[in-house]
Design a protein around this ligand. Structure first.
Ligand SMILES: Nc1ncnc2c1ncn2[C@@H]1O[C@H](COP(=O)(O)OP(=O)(O)OP(=O)(O)O)[C@@H](O)[C@H]1O
Ligand SMILES: [Mg+2]
Length: 418
C-alpha cells in the first residue's frame, strides 16, 4: 500500500520507512507537515502516518486538513507521538486520527497497527467496488425496464393507431376518387350556368352567390393538393408509429442481423422534433454496411442516448454528423459528432459512470452513457469519446461482425432467457 510517512526527525523516519518497505509498502516521506500536505494534495495515499509535533503544520492539523479534503477513498491516519496523556489522545481522535503509535517505537506493535489500517482500507475498497457494481446493475435495470415498457407501449400504440389509420387512408382514397368525379359533374353544371340564368334566374343567382361565398374556384383548384397533403400527413403518422415500434423492438433480447444505417435513421426520426426545434443540421455520411448481429432495440437505445446528448449539447443551428463504415478486422464503426459545448477534461473520465450528470437536477439522470457503455460492452464492442471544450464531441462506436458467442441469447446478468 502507498504510505505517506511524515516526521521531522530523520532517524525515526528512516527506521519507520525501512520497516514499512520490508512489509511491502510503497513509502513516500515528508520532513514536515507543510511538505506532506503539498504531497497529499497531488497524490493518493490510503495510509498516512504522521508525527504529532512538527513546526508550522503539526500532525493534528495535517489530519484535520486531510479529513476536510474531499477524496473518493478513505485515508487511514495514524499519529505518532511521545504524548500519552488521555486528553491528547482525545484531541487527536477528534481531529480525525484512526490510531496512535507511541515513541519509542516497538516494531511488532507498529507492524500490527499498520496491518489494521491495511485491513480497513481493503474492506473499504471492496465496499466501493461492490457499490459501483450495484449502481451499474441498478442503472441497467432501470434502463431495461424503461425500454421494455416503451416497447410494450409502442407496440400497443402501433396496433391501436394503425387500425384507424388504415380505414381513414382507405376512406380518403375513396373520397378523393368520388370528389374528383363530383368536381367534373360540377364543372359541367357550371358550363350551363348562362343557360340556367335565362330559365331560372333566381336559382342561378343563389348558386352564384353560394359559389362566391365559399370561393368555389379556389376550392376546385386546391382540392387535389388538399388530398395530397392529407395523404402525406397520414403517412407521416403511420411512419412515426412504425418507427417507434421498430425503435423499441420487443425481440431485443436475442441477437439478429440488423442494418445499422437504418437503425441510425430510425433513431434520427424519433428525434425529428428535437432536431427541428433547434434547427439542427444533420450531415449523414453512411457507407454501405453488412448486416450486424445485435440486439437491435438496445443498439437503438445507444444511438438515441448519444444523439440526445449531442442535441442537448449543441446551440441552435448546431451540426451533428453521422458516419458509418466497415473497418478491417470484421468490425463496423459508427461515429456521432457534434459541434456543441464539449466535455471538460476533468469530466471525461466520469461520463460513463452511472448517475454522473452535469445537467440541472431533474433534467438528466446521468444514466444515458453508462447504459450505452454496458450495451456496447455486452455486444463485444467498444465506445470511445474525444472532446474539445467549446468545440464539440465525437463518440466512436465499434461493433464486431461476430459478437461474443457467450452473450448470444443471454441477458446482461448471464442468465439464458427461455
Ligand atoms: N455530446 C456531449 N457533449 C457535451 N457533454 C456531453 C455529451 N455527451 C455527454 N456529455 C456529458 O456527459 C454527462 C453524462 O451523460 P449521460 O447521457 O450519461 O447523462 P445525462 O445526459 O446527464 O442524463 P440522462 O442521459 O440520464 O438524461 C452529461 O451530463 C454531460 O455532461
Ligand atoms: Mg444523456
Amino acid at each position: 500500500m502507498k504510505v505517506l510517512l511524515v516526521d521531522d526527525d530523520v532517524l525515526t523516519r528512516l527506521v519507520m520507512q525501512t520497516h514499512l518497505e520490508r512489509w511491502g509498502h510503497q513509502v513516500v516521506t515528508a520532513g514536515d507537515g507543510a511538505a506532506a500536505w503539498e504531497r497529499f494534495q497531488v497524490e493518493e495515499f490510503p495510509i498516512v502516518i504522521s508525527d504529532w509535533i512538527m513546526p508550522e503544520i503539526d500532525g493534528v492539523e495535517l489530519i484535520r486538513r486531510i479529513r476536510a479534503c474531499p477524496r473518493p477513498g478513505y485515508v487511514y491516519a495514524v499519529l505518532v507521538t511521545a504524548k500519552s496523556q488521555r486528553e491528547d489522545l482525545i484531541a487527536g481522535m477528534e481531529a480525525g486520527a484512526d490510531d496512535f503509535l507511541s515513541k519509542p517505537l516497538d516494531a511488532e506493535e507498529f507492524r500490527v497497527r499498520v496491518r489494521v489500517g491495511e485491513r480497513i482500507i481493503r474492506l473499504e475498497q471492496t465496499l466501493v467496488e461492490q457499490n459501483r457494481a450495484l449502481r451499474e446493475a441498478q442503472s441497467a435495470l432501470i434502463q431495461t425496464e424503461k425500454l421494455a415498457s416503451l416497447g410494450q407501449l409502442a407496440a400497443g400504440l402501433a396496433h391501436e393507431i394503425n387500425n384507424p389509420i388504415a380505414f381513414v387512408t382507405n376512406n380518403l382514397a375513396v373520397l378523393r376518387r368520388d370528389m374528383m368525379a363530383a368536381l367534373e359533374i360540377l364543372n359541367l353544371y357550371q358550363s350551363a350556368q348562362a343557360r340556367l340564368a335565362e330559365i331560372e334566374p333566381t336559382l342561378a343567382a343563389t348558386t352564384h352567390h353560394l359559389a362566391e361565398e365559399m370561393d368555389l374556384a379556389f376550392f376546385q383548384s386546391h382540392l387535389p393538393r388538399l388530398f395530397d397533403k392529407t395523404q402525406a400527413g397520414l403517412e407521416r403518422v403511420r411512419d412515426i408509429v412504425n418507427n417507434l415500434r421498430d425503435f423499441a423492438r420487443l425481440d431485443e433480447s436475442t441477437f439478429k442481423d440488423a442494418d445499422l444505417n437504418a437503425a441510425l435513421d430510425t433513431t434520427v426520426e424519433i428525434l425529428h422534433h428535437e432536431l427541428k426545434k433547434k434547427q439542427m443540421h444533420l450531415v449523414r455520411c453512411l457507407e454501405e454496411l453488412p448486416p450486424v448481429p445485435c440486439q437491435a432495440g438496445k443498439i437503438n437505445q445507444v444511438f438515441l442516448n448519444i444523439l440526445l446528448n449531442a442535441v442537448q449539447a449543441c446551440p441552435t443551428e448546431g451540426t451533428i454528423e453521422l458516419h458509418s463504415r466497415l473497418l478491417p478486422g470484421a468490425q463496423v464503426e459508427i461515429v456521432i459528432r457534434d459541434n456543441g459545448s464539449g466535455i471538460k477534461p476533468e469530466h471525461l473520465e466520469h461520463i460513463f459512470d452511472p448517475f454522473f450528470t452535469t445537467k440541472p437536477l431533474g433534467e438528466g439522470t446521468g444514466l444515458g452513457l453508462s447504459v450505452a457503455y454496458g450495451i456496447i460492452k455486452e455486444h463485444g464492442g467498444a465506445i470511445e469519446v474525444e472532446s474539445q471544450p467549446g468545440r464539440g464531441t465525437t463518440f466512436r462506436i465499434k461493433l464486431p461482425l461476430v459478437p461474443p458467442q457467450a452473450t448470444r441469447g443471454q441477458d446482461r446478468f448471464g442468465q439464458t432467457r427461455g
